[in-house]
Ligand binder design. Structure first.
Ligand SMILES: [Zn+2]
Length: 349
């Protein structure tokens, strides 16, 4: 198959990234016959497809959020497993973004394209570490695709939170975190730092957090904030969806310190504007260094850039002699940090 072009294998359509020779879409935003899903965030994993192929965790998370009938049929694929689909071969590889998250490699006609979905190369005790997959074309996100975004050390941010708790033992500490992935990572990082006290949860993140525990992720003792007395919440840490930390729900907390765990907290103006007293720069997306190092490591000669800040990353690729273009896919970046503000959660239970 000499002369196969990457755009003959994968191309952007209104429904999302379409693989004609394989007969499937990746993370489609509209209902399709066959969907391959990278991870459980609601902007990538939507209900209503005919058949869904994904990791066990992603399928479980979709079931948890949308109910048993979220798709006509489902099929599990493990990391590293290869499957023939139409004329193509596909395989899933760890993306390090949230539990079960995967990059999807599509092989056809001697070319390999990797659609990475959302990913991060930083360590995360709650999911399988990101793996570099060599390819000809690498499709990357660009949520933090500007050189100003350096996420730094998440453990250091957790220390800031613990310092504040010991400095203000009479105040509640409310940490805004996305329900899928970020909340569990913050809890796991607190445990890793030696914090042994019960951690309180907003009810909206209970189901998904219990699911993480059922998959063997050790999160220590967790309690629901709604079952706690106001006095119990003083000096304690409570995790809540970003939309909840500044609303009426917080009245039950004694003199709360509002914290928010997000890559966007790198920009102080944004934290101030949102009334965040304690910004924590903890992201589940690669920062500028992570994006550029990953692109280089894949060995790809061509890069397609999806949702986020495409321009700077496309420009960087071109300065390195790589072919690069923005994909202009719409409908992504609505749930987790892709939403550049303290956003409402989409599709959370
Ligand atoms: Zn995501």
């Amino acid at each position: 198959m000499i002369g196969m072009r990457p755009q003959d294998i994968l191309s952007p359509t209104a429904a999302g990234l379409c693989c004609k020779p394989g007969g499937f879409h990746i993370d489609p935003v509209r209902p399709v016959e066959r969907a391959l899903i990278t991870h459980g965030h609601s902007d990538h994993a939507r209900p209503g497809h005919g058949a869904v192929l994904a990791t066990q965790e992603t399928l479980d998370i979709m079931r948890l959020r949308y109910g048993d009938n979220f798709a006509g049929s489902t099929q599990v694929i493990s990391y590293g497993e290869h499957l023939k689909l139409g004329k193509t071969e596909v395989s899933f590889h760890p993306a390090g973004h949230v539990l079960g998250s995967a990059q999807i490699a599509v092989d056809h006609g001697g070319l390999r394209i990797v659609a990475s979905g959302d990913y991060k190369d930083a360590l995360d005790p709650t999911c399988t570490p990101f793996e570099i997959v060599s390819c000809d074309v690498f499709i990357t996100e660009a949520t933090f695709g500007l050189p100003i975004f350096r996420h730094g050390d998440a453990d250091g941010e957790i220390c800031k939170l613990l310092d504040s708790v010991s400095l203000f033992p009479e105040r509640a500490h409310l940490v805004g975190a996305y329900s899928l992935g970020k909340a569990q990572r913050v809890i796991a990082l607190l445990r890793k730092a030696g914090y042994g006290a019960p951690i309180y949860l907003h009810g909206a993140m209970e189901g998904i957090t219990r699911y993480y525990q059922s998959r063997g992720i050790d999160l220590g003792e967790l309690r629901l904030a709604r079952d706690a007395k106001k006095a119990d919440l003083a000096g304690a840490i409570t995790l809540a969806p970003p939309s909840a930390i500044t609303d009426i729900w917080t009245r039950r907390f004694p003199d709360p310190v509002a914290a928010f765990a997000s890559g966007w907290m790198r920009t102080r103006a944004r934290a101030r504007q949102k009334g965040i007293e304690l910004p924590l720069v903890i992201s589940d997306h690669a920062d500028w260094n992570g994006l550029t190092a990953t692109i280089a490591a894949t060995g790809a000669g061509e890069v397609w850039v999806t949702h986020g800040q495409e321009d700077a990353l496309v420009h960087w690729c071109e300065t390195k002699g790589l072919k690069a273009r923005p994909l202009d896919l719409v409908g992504y970046g609505e749930e987790d940090e892709g939403a550049s503000v303290v956003a409402e959660e989409g599709g959370a239970p």
